[in-house]
Design a protein around this ligand. Structure first.
Ligand SMILES: Cc1cc2nc3c(=O)[nH]c(=O)nc-3n(C[C@H](O)[C@H](O)[C@H](O)COP(=O)(O)OP(=O)(O)OC[C@H]3O[C@@H](n4cnc5c(N)ncnc54)[C@H](O)[C@@H]3O)c2cc1C
Length: 598
């Protein structure tokens, strides 16, 4: 079967990419002039801070949010709720960013897919409640079990909350592993309880001797004073080990290890044998961020775009204005302080506060400009790692997959959760090695889901939509469309599923293939990284997006940062948006209280 790719190669994209590269060369040229400018700006910054943050300024808006992805919308909703006149500027003709539901086939407009992100897991109850998202359409169907049918025969199902059934399932492959499973679940839950609340913690500025930073560091240490030697050792292991080494310590069966390894490599430019992948697995396993238990993984009715729509509705309800097809080309910095933005059409809009939610390279290097930023910060952003090698394949199906191991095209439990193609760790590792050596994986791995098992709003009655989150293609495939090779890659991925469900290929009526180039040029995901930057150890917590600036503030006063490239980001969790808005609101209140001199 030949799948049909809708991957669009935009002509302007190459020009944009080369402009970004030219920007890098321009840094050197900016050199001394930039330093002088910075000194002058710094000298005037304090004055500007006083005049621009006062309640009675003449700016067009109190706050502008650049980017109408879910984080930008969350920031806008909170800012508007605080009473700020807030404007969201989104480049695309629709909001949502990577949380988007689209109809990619012009000849089949009734078929909608959750085009990039596909499951909810980390949106905290506090945000859902603060923004009354349920009232605005947030509705989650909890996912069914993890399911893998093996090419050599047989299958495994793993349940999020049913130890008894897990024991029976794992016993099919190893009695020893079945007995180890409850201990593993308890171990992981214990660590998630430690790591979860950290997601809502504003990272302290480690190493700084400023009183406020020292106080925050001490507060964090005090909060964790109860941790014992054993727990700290376990956290250290989790942060530094590969998921493969960790699972080898616990389990013996390749099938069970394959099932548990997937979360360690989702969206990651690293195979399961790379250090740090154990943490990625934990990031996806956190069940409570400290303000209530998160729902199990689930599907939003209407696809992930409906999550963004609910947040947009909340923002509008609170008074925010949202403008689409309004690409921002630069941030205006006046006397060292953010004072507004310029759109691609040349229009300038001023505001007392600007929040940007774009990828760090775009937000800082392209929009703020190197001359307005400290050299160390510029270097950190230039070194930001932003690869994934992810390809999203969305399929419209005429019937459900009929697995040899669990026959039938009628809806069954194994269709309702993740329908995986990641049978063993060596299988996953092979896919990564192919890509690291510069070839698309011969046998890619896939985290598949069929949301239409629950959601009847996406496709016409009797049909299904299947979303395959697949890895890997080479990390430089963001530089060119690779249309034909992506097509061949998708066909191989489909063949892998066809080996375990022989009706699969013939059931596909439409296919939509979104590779790294399209992710970068159509959605602004530079490098094709799904989280605006890798979740690697050197880019976590106080290092995200750069040391000294993990508190959602930036080197430019009045500019706040709300993208997934900040702490907790990576996923549709809204935490960066909420934290950036909180920082802006707190600073604005503090500035109002500061008595004016002179
Ligand atoms: C293939 C894929 C699968 C994923 N799967 C999941 C998943 O299942 N679950 C999960 O939780 N997370 C998943 N993620 C990650 C998650 O979707 C992202 O981390 C999250 O959506 C990012 O949100 P954001 O608001 O920070 O940024 P974005 O969604 O990237 O939003 C940024 C917005 O800024 C806009 N913009 C860009 N440039 C400009 C400009 N110059 N002017 C104005 N606006 C501009 C963009 O159009 C975009 O709307 C996935 C991501 C991808 C790509």
């Amino acid at each position: 079967m030949a799948t049909k790719s809708t991957t669009a190669a935009k002509a302007s994209a190459a020009a944009k990419a080369s402009a970004a590269r030219a920007g890098s060369a321009a840094k050197a040229a900016a050199g001394k002039a930039g330093q002088a400018l910075k000194a002058a700006q710094a000298a005037r910054a304090a004055q500007a801070t006083r005049t621009n943050t006062g309640a009675g300024g003449s700016a067009d808006y109190d706050a502008i949010v650049v980017g109408g992805g879910h984080n930008g919308l969350v920031a806008a909703a909170y800012l508007a709720r605080s009473g700020a006149r807030t404007l969201v500027l989104e480049a695309r003709p629709k909001t949502g960013g990577a949380a988007t539901t689209e109809a990619p086939w012009p000849d089949a407009p009734d078929f909608r897919v959750t085009r990039l992100s596909y499951v909810m897991s980390l949106l905290p109850p506090s945000i859902i409640n603060d923004l009354q998202l349920t009232k605005h359409g947030y509705k989650i169907f909890p996912m069914g079990p993890y399911y893998q049918a093996f090419p050599e025969g047989g299958s495994i199902k793993l349940y999020a909350d049913d130890a008894k059934r897990n024991h029976a399932e794992v016993s099919k492959w190893s009695k020893k592993d079945a007995d180890a499973m409850p201990r593993w679940d308890a171990w992981l839950a214990g660590l998630a309880d430690v790591l979860g609340p950290l997601l809502l913690t504003v990272p302290p500025n480690l190493g700084s001797r400023k009183p406020r930073d020292l106080e925050q560091t001490l507060r964090l240490a005090w909060r964790h004073r109860g941790l014992d030697v054993r727990t700290i050792a376990d956290v250290t292991r989790l942060m530094t080990m590969s998921i493969a080494d960790l699972l080898d310590d616990w389990f013996e069966s390749p099938q069970v290890k394959g099932a548990l390894a997937v979360n360690g490599v989702i969206g990651t430019w690293a195979g399961p044998y790379e250090p740090g992948t154990a943490y990625v697995m934990a990031h996806h396993s956190i069940g409570d961020v400290g303000d209530g238990h998160l729902g199990n993984w689930g599907f939003q009715e209407g696809g992930m775009g409906a999550v963004a729509d609910a947040i947009a509705a909340a923002a509008r309800h609170n008074g925010a204005e949202i403008r689409i097809s309004a690409p921002v080309s630069k941030l205006i910095v006046t006397y060292g302080r953010a004072s507004g933005v310029e759109l691609e059409n040349g229009q300038q809009i001023t505001a007392k506060v600007v929040v940007t939610s774009l990828h760090p390279r775009t937000a800082f290097l392209d929009h703020v400009g190197r001359a307005n930023l400290p050299d160390d910060f510029v270097t950190d952003i230039e070194h930001w790692k932003t690869r994934s090698g992810v390809v999203k394949i969305n399929l419209a199906l005429s019937e459900l997959p009929d697995f040899t191991a669990d026959p039938g095209t009628n809806l069954q439990e194994h269709h309702t959760g993740s329908v995986e193609m990641a049978p063993t760790m060596p299988y996953i590792e092979r896919a990564f090695i192919d890509a690291r050596e510069g070839r698309p994986a011969t046998r890619p791995f896939s985290d598949g889901v069929i949301p239409t098992a629950f959601d009847k709003t996406l496709v016409p009655e009797g049909y299904h939509m299947m979303s395959l989150f697949t890895q890997w293609v080479p990390s430089d495939w963001n530089e060119a469309p690779h249309t034909e090779e992506l097509q061949a890659y998708a066909d191989r991925m489909i063949d892998c599923y066809n080996e375990v469900a022989p009706n699969f290929k013939s059931s596909i009526i439409h296919a939509d293939i979104v590779g790294p180039y399209q992710m970068e040029h159509e959605y602004g995901l530079v490098g094709g990284n799904i989280f605006h930057g890798e979740l690697s150890l050197e880019q976590l917590f106080h290092m995200r997006p750069a040391p000294g600036f993990a508190d959602y503030r930036t080197p430019v006063p009045g500019l706040y940062y709300a993208s997934s490239a900040t702490h907790a980001g990576g996923g549709v969790c809204g935490i960066p948006g909420m934290q950036a808005a909180r920082a802006a609101i707190a600073d604005r209140r503090a500035a109002r209280k500061t008595p004016r001199r002179g």
